[in-house]
Design a protein around this ligand. Structure first.
Ligand SMILES: Nc1ncnc2c1ncn2[C@@H]1O[C@H](COP(=O)(O)OP(=O)(O)OP(=O)(O)O)[C@@H](O)[C@H]1O
Ligand SMILES: [Mg+2]
Length: 248
């Protein structure tokens, strides 16, 4: 479904992604594991096309130069120069790091706003399914999103991405800051999404422990470079992964 080829992203002369290649097959859950500043967010922003907006903004204000090389093939088409909103229309939807929601609007309003690109009837249906996926949100429907707990906001922001009806859902550190219980809940929800709706998921995480058991395939990145790839269980059994991520 998605094939990333020799991706390089520079912020001025600093290399954030270095010759990075990977594949995501349809219907799979694929993980990107890497520590702080490994390049996870840069990858997500490049896949969603946000980096194009960032590059234009930086250029306008005479800021740093952002350069992107390489190819992103989505369903047979190279989208490296495709605008972010066009990528959303193609079904690539990013749920960004640290749940940016509209804090002054209610949970329900947030979900409705997320669906502005889709037809009203579809949005209604998708909002229903978000409430099925995250029953905890039902009673919070009319609450201002800014008053939700971190975990609830995370559920809301994943819900907002779902309302857009993604084919490929990009989740940048969805488990960040969540309690183990909340993490389990979200992991189950993501697995359910794939099983019930056939949505392909690419998610990034710093911590391998909660992620490796749920993914079909994973890539480990360090300093913008791919260091290891394999199925979830291959990575779990890998001595380097064990040493670096499980402390054994
Ligand atoms: N706008 C930017 N300008 C300059 N350097 C940047 C910018 N964004 C990211 N970088 C650099 O690129 C590298 C990768 O950063 P990135 O945010 O992609 O990492 P990350 O894996 O998402 O980290 P974290 O786990 O902290 O979210 C880092 O060295 C970072 O300092
Ligand atoms: Mg990040």
């Amino acid at each position: 479904m998605l094939s990333v080829k020799n991706l390089m992203v520079f912020f001025e002369n600093a290399l954030a992604l270095n010759d990075f290649s990977m594949d995501v097959q349809e219907g799979r859950i694929v993980g990107i594991i890497g520590s702080n500043s490994a390049g996870k967010t840069t990858l997500m922003n490049t896949l969603s096309g946000l980096i194009i907006d960032m590059r234009i903004k930086e250029k306008r204000r005479g800021g740093e130069r952002i350069t992107v090389y390489g190819d992103i093939i989505f369903k047979g088409e190279n989208i490296i120069d495709t605008q972010p909103h066009e990528r959303v229309k193609k079904g690539i939807v990013l749920c960004r790091e640290r749940h940016p929601i509209f804090p002054e609007s209610t949970v329900f309003e947030n979900l409705k706003m997320a669906g502005y690109l889709r037809k009203n009837a579809q949005v209604k249906e998708m909002i229903e399914s978000v409430f099925e996926l995250f029953p905890a949100l039902v009673n919070l429907k009319s609450r201002k999103a800014g008053f939700l707990s971190g975990g609830e906001q995370q559920m809301l922001s994943v819900g907002m991405a779902l309302v857009v009806m993604p084919k490929l859902l990009l989740l940048d550190e969805p488990l960040l800051g969540l309690s183990p219980m909340m993490q389990t809940l979200l992991v189950e929800a993501i697995k359910g999404l794939r099983n019930d709706s056939g949505i392909t998921v690419l998610l990034s995480e710093q911590f391998a422990r909660p992620v490796l058991p749920m993914i079909d395939y994973g890539y480990i990145i360090e300093n913008g470079m791919l260091t290891l790839a394999g199925t979830g269980s291959e990575l779990m059994d890998n001595p380097e992964v064990k040493a670096a991520y499980f402390g054994v």
